[in-house]
Design a protein around this ligand. Structure first.
Ligand code: ADP
Ligand code: MG
Length: 604
């Protein structure tokens, strides 16, 4: 039965022009399709990448005016080259606006893009010589190809429908590819996306450009459908309408925007009988949708059923990736394995201030390659700040950080990730809308990444890349013993398991060094035992591990070297035995003698 749905829907769609009774309704269908294309395009930015954009009518307008200005009173076949150009012009505007605008976040981005939309409308009004101002541009020809004219709404329907289907295909392919995962990572946890190696700036601009190119093409379709354009068709009202289509249908879903567009375009028609109450019903409907369908119609329909989290192995036995398994090679550091005693991370005179507070104070330390290095100290000592500095989340104010003999790039966390540093977070930062597998896949990166176009075209290179990425993700998930959980939404897992997913995500990046910020928090003794084994295994495959941990027995057991911080200053550095005998450490950190004894017992 399900197999029949798609062919039946296709036949129904193709037969639509023959069924729809009048030209007026057919025009409405066409306008609805163009709005659906706009809504899908907005969904790239808003739904997939999670960036608010309120300037969409601007890109729509640029496309429509490019088409109108270049083709009016001209031949119909000019539609085709100008269609491409219209998308290109809007895409260019998206790029020019996007680069500065995407430094903004949340409300500021909303205001920035709102301003852009207004500027475009004002230009359309005032650039008389080119846009004919308020008079608009008339006599835009119907598209033609080899003498065939799309000169009525019945024929035009096939043109707009074909483009909508193409755009939906792109949306679907984006969603299910590495690009979709990167967009979702950006949307769910921008900071973690960066430290997981997603080039946040690039991916934001990509979303913006794809979105504006499609909106520009929709503008061209609109201009040629209606034959006349004026600035009134590209006001903020259009943006608001498209926005409500996306929200109503279901943000971030493939078909939600189309559903929303169909609904909102047809609604006035359905309510025509009660003309005087139309506004009231419409308003009440929108309010209802906002309150009761926060995820939109599709979000509501596909509400997550209670997820059953599989038991981890029988009798608590978890099958983990053994060191002699060939798949372990997929997790070894990409470059420069950790053998030898050379210094991998060298920190000199690092300082970081927050206002008057000095979180890291003139810190110098070295982490040797291939070792497990623990960073300990009381709460607020600056341990997480240190990890944030090394992973590029915070910008250092003073000092030098060298990694593998190279000065660490300051510009961005993803460049640091690329240099071979991966991390986990003390406060969970999972990509909560993705499955466990997709979370880990965000960290996977191939040496020769397939381009957006080759992914969209479904090339064999792109397919091969995806297979490779999945193999790495599988190895990482098996490494932490969570392979059985791969298809579960990560947010359904308890916190300590989400922490393990973060570790797998970091391992999948194949870093030279992994920074673990309190990985054992909230774990029971059995889980801690397992973590000990895993950290040792990381060392065994050539990783350098820097671990922040409160659990002293754990630290003393696995660390080769320990650095102790207090109030942002290093107070000791040495082997576990040296540290536990250091009077300053006992005084400042461990405090009481009893605590020192506890440590001693743990090591013994
Ligand atoms: P630890 O991880 O060792 O417990 P942190 O590195 O989280 O400590 O914090 C060190 C100090 O820096 C604390 O006093 C904390 O309040 C402060 N701090 C950390 N991050 C920020 C920030 N983003 N803004 C202001 N203060 C911060
Ligand atoms: Mg901390």
């Amino acid at each position: 039965m399900r197999k029949l749905i798609i062919p039946l829907a296709c036949v129904a769609l193709l037969a639509l022009p023959a069924v729809v009774p009048n030209d007026y309704l057919m025009r409405l269908v066409n306008v609805g399709i163009i709005y659906a294309i706009l809504a899908v395009s907005l969904n790239f930015v808003l739904g997939y990448a999670g960036q608010i954009s309120l300037g969409h009518a601007g890109f729509f307008g640029i496309g429509a005016y490019t088409a109108g200005i270049l083709t009016h009173t001209g031949p119909g076949y000019m539609f085709w080259p100008v269609f491409v150009l219209a998308g290109g012009m809007a895409g260019l505007a998206g790029l020019i606006i996007g680069v500065p605008a995407l430094r903004l976040k949340g409300h500021y981005l909303a205001f920035g893009t709102l301003g852009f939309g207004e500027i475009i409308r004002i230009i359309l009004f005032n650039w008389q010589e080119v846009t004919h101002g308020g008079d608009g541009i008339a006599a835009i020809p119907a598209p033609s190809v080899f003498g065939f004219q799309f000169d009525n709404d019945q024929k035009y329907f096939y043109l707009s429908l074909a483009f909508l289907l193409l755009v939906l295909l792109l949306a679907r392919r984006t969603e299910t590819s590495k690009y979709g995962r990167s967009f979702a990572a950006l949307r769910d946890a921008e900071m973690a996306a960066g430290t997981t190696g997603v080039n946040v700036t690039r991916i934001k601009i990509l979303a913006f450009v794809i979105s504006s190119v499609i909106a520009g093409c929709a503008g061209s379709l609109y201009a040629h459908l209606v034959g006349f354009i004026s600035p009134d068709a590209f006001t903020f009202e259009v943006t608001a309408q498209v926005l409500s289509m996306v929200l109503l249908g279901g943000m971030g879903t493939t078909f939600g925007p189309v559903l929303g567009a169909a609904f909102i375009t047809m609604l006035p028609e359905m309510l025509r009988i009660s003309k005087e109450y139309y506004q009231v019903i419409y308003g009440a409907g929108v309010a209802f949708a906002v309150v009761f369908l926060p995820q939109g119609i599709l979000g509501f329909l596909s509400r997550r059923k209670a997820v059953k989290v599989p038991q981890l192995g029988e009798n608590g036995v978890i099958e983990e990736l053994a060191l002699d398994d060939p798949a372990i090679d997929l997790l070894r550091p990409k470059s420069g394995s950790g053998a030898g005693d050379d210094v991998l991370l060298s920190i000199k005179n690092l300082t970081c201030r927050f206002g008057g507070l000095i979180a890291i104070n003139d810190l110098s330390m070295q982490v040797r390659s291939g070792t497990i290095h623990a960073l300990i100290g009381p709460n607020g000592a600056g341990k997480s700040t240190f990890i944030n500095l090394v992973s590029g989340v915070y910008q250092r104010q003073e000092g030098v950080m060298e990694f593998g003999g190279q000065v660490l790039p300051v510009s961005s966390s993803w460049n640091i990730a690329k240099a071979g540093i991966a991390r986990t977070f003390q406060n969970l930062r999972s990509f909560h809308s993705l499955t466990v597998m997709d979370n880990v896949l965000v960290g996977c990166r191939s040496a020769k990444p397939a381009s957006w176009s080759s992914v969209m075209l479904g090339s064999s290179a792109a397919a091969r890349e995806e297979t490779d990425l999945r193999a790495t993700a599988e190895a990482a998930l098996r490494f932490v013993g969570l392979w059985a959980m791969r298809d579960i939404p990560v947010s359904a897992l308890p916190h300590e398991l989400q922490r393990m997913v973060e570790i797998a995500r970091a391992l999948a990046m194949r870093p030279r060094m992994i920074l673990l910020d309190e990985p054992a928090a909230g774990m029971n003794p059995t889980e801690v035992e397992r973590l000990v084994v895993q950290v040792r295994k990381m060392k065994a495959i050539g990783l350098t591990v820097l671990i922040v941990e409160h659990n002293m027995p754990f630290v003393m057991k696995i660390a080769d070297t320990i650095t102790v911080l207090n109030f942002g200053k290093k107070i000791a550095d040495g082997t576990p035995v040296q540290i536990q005998q250091n009077p300053e450490v006992i005084g400042a950190y461990l405090g009481k003698r009893a605590a020192a004894k506890e440590v001693k017992n743990a090591v013994a």
